[in-house]
Design a protein around this ligand. Structure first.
Ligand code: OGA
Ligand code: MN
Length: 279
């Protein structure tokens, strides 16, 4: 029996008793997608899948969308990316993983960012490497009323990179650069399925607020990022091999903790799901 079990924290639910081979049946797919809109994060335990199976399961949540960085796309199924965040002997790892250590939401540098991301654990280290999630509805709702009034209606510029981010992102090819001009998004967005408002922040990509001086914009963005750092809004996922974890980029941020042993593989398949223009 399919069971949606809420995690007792800031967000998330565990989907129990799912036969993944039946996930695309309309009634089952509807239950899982509604669980995602409500809980913002779903964890579906199971065995590691081949990219084609992951691609098929991703359709439960919408239409898969290819990742910007071509070098990560899997050759056989390009809608599925292979993300390697293994720590090398010299202590370094992939630049995308280093950036993912800081709170972010995926692909906000696109005019229509992915609505959801699927991450599927193929190989995981013996310990560490949790992924943390932040509920941006509850962050918004916890802001003082004066702050909510101040930010409602503000718009912000997101780019592939900003000097506000702590680390630099992976290099882009000329084609990838041409595909990622700066874009403008509302600072507070409405979830199209639930109507709830969320703070739409991305400390890795959000450069400035339209119409404010740089110093004022920086101070406001820092204050909002601090609000999102409060632990009551967070849930950490400890990975088990084969887990499929799906999050809603419209109302969450996430980060990985790179605290796992050197040389132990951490390999994930990743699928982005097409979204809509934030409003
Ligand atoms: C991502 C991401 C975090 C992780 O794939 O978008 O941020 O735990 N991953 O690997
Ligand atoms: Mn990410």
């Amino acid at each position: 029996m399919l069971n949606v079990v809420p995690l007792n924290g800031a967000l998330g639910a565990r989907i129990e008793g799912l036969d993944r081979a039946r996930a695309n049946e309309p009634e089952i797919a509807g239950t899982i997608s509604r669980a995602l809109a409500k809980h913002l994060l779903v964890v579906i335990p199971g065995e590691p899948m081949a990219p084609a199976e992951t691609r098929r399961l991703a359709e439960v949540f919408g239409t898969p969308q290819r990742q910007l960085l071509r070098y990560k796309r899997s050759g056989e199924v390009p809608d599925v990316s292979i993300m390697v965040s293994t720590l090398k002997a010299d202590g370094s790892t992939d630049k995308t993983a280093i950036r993912a250590e800081d709170w972010h939401t995926d692909d906000s540098y696109f005019a229509t960012p992915a609505k959801a991301t699927l991450l599927h654990a193929i190989e995981i280290p013996s310990h560490g490497g949790s992924t943390w999630f932040c509920n941006m509805h509850s962050v918004y709702e916890s802001l003082p009323e004066a702050m909510r009034k101040r930010i409602d209606g503000l718009r912000a510029i997101h780019g592939y990179d900003t000097p506000r981010a702590r680390n630099r992102p992976s290099a882009r090819t000329p084609q990838e650069i041409a595909e990622t001009p700066d874009v403008e998004h509302p600072l507070v967005r409405t979830h199209p399925e639930t109507g709830r408002k969320a703070l739409y922040l991305n400390p890795n990509r959000l450069d400035r607020i339209v119409g404010l001086e740089r110093a004022e914009s920086d101070a406001l963005l820092d204050e909002l990022a601090d609000a999102a750092r409060q632990p009551q809004h967070h849930h950490g996922h400890t990975w088990t091999k084969g887990d499929l974890v799906v999050w809603d980029n419209r109302a969450t941020m996430h980060r990985v903790v790179i605290d796992y042993p050197v040389g132990e593989n951490r390999i994930m398949q990743r699928v982005l799901i097409e979204g809509d223009r934030p409003y």
